[in-house]
Design a binder for this molecule. Structure first.
Ligand SMILES: [Zn+2]
Length: 272
């Protein structure tokens, strides 16, 4: 029986060598055969901003038939850095840390892993993702690869942009901040990711990488002190497999920016 298995394995290896002579698939073929999933929420007046922020504005400069008789449109927008689907540069909580234009492009793209904590977060709006959640992921999927962008699916993306359900309150200002209830990454787990693994950044489907009730923002401080980046209000994480994906996450290149609107997409293999 064992001999049969060995022969079958050798045959399989030979077949795969004939059909795929390279040791790894051609990257262009992989790109062409992949499916892009947009992980970005559109920016509009419903976009979720911090309770102390001014909401996103998109105003018409001109929209219609001009005096020369052809159609023309142009608008202007204004936005705080940290609202809607957005990027946090290390400078956000680390003095002297990289502002957006200093973050190397290589850090804005990488292999993605998706850690699903929806079961825990659905019963606890204040859930903080623990190191044990990553260890459980690794038990099934293998070690988090070097250079990974770690995405956390809390399940809260399904509430966006219903503010009351998504962040826990409709109140503006300081009162709103006091009533924020949404899951985040525990500072101990942030430390583990920053020191025990070699990752590029962390993203999740809530407004902040620290949970809503955080007062000290220790997770932000830990990640950014280690030159990592963060992605917040990420969309459609439920559409991604746990691994085998590639993330492209490019923020607006604001010089000196601590954060910016972000376009983030995942490339996943076409289902066979
Ligand atoms: Zn932010």
């Amino acid at each position: 029986m064992n001999r049969l298995i060995i022969i079958a394995s050798i045959l399989l290896m030979m077949i795969s060598c004939t059909t795929n002579p390279g040791t790894s698939p051609d990257p262009l073929t992989t790109l062409k055969n992949g499916i892009f999933i947009d992980l970005t929420w559109s920016f509009d007046e419903q976009s979720v901003y911090w309770p102390t922020n001014i909401p996103f504005k998109h105003e018409t400069v001109f929209d219609g038939i001009n005096d020369k008789g052809f159609y023309y449109s142009s608008f202007k927008f204004s936005a705080e850095e940290h609202g809607g689907t957005h990027f946090d540069s290390p400078m956000h909580f680390a003095q002297g840390g990289n502002s957006i234009e200093k973050v190397p492009v290589e850090q804005l793209t990488g292999e993605g892993v998706v850690v699903d904590v929806t079961a825990k977060a659905s019963g606890n709006r204040d859930y903080q993702v623990m190191t044990a959640d990553f260890e459980a992921w690794e038990k099934v999927n293998g070690r988090i690869p070097d250079g990974a962008i770690v995405l956390i699916n809390t399940g809260f993306g399904k509430y966006y942009p219903d503010k009351e359900k998504y962040i826990g309150t409709l109140l503006p200002g300081k009162e709103g901040v006091a009533n924020l209830h949404f899951p985040g990454l525990h500072p101990d787990a942030a430390k583990w990711l920053a020191t025990e693994r070699k990752i590029k950044g962390v993203g999740l489907d809530t407004p902040s990488i620290d949970f809503g009730q955080s007062k000290e923002f220790l997770t932000h401080r830990m990640l950014f002190a280690n030159n990592l980046t963060a992605y917040e209000n990420v969309a459609h994480l439920d559409q991604l497999p746990p691994k085998g994906i590639w993330i492209f996450a490019f923020p607006m290149k604001i010089k000196g920016g601590s954060g910016a609107p972000l376009r983030i997409v995942a490339l996943i293999p076409k289902p066979s």
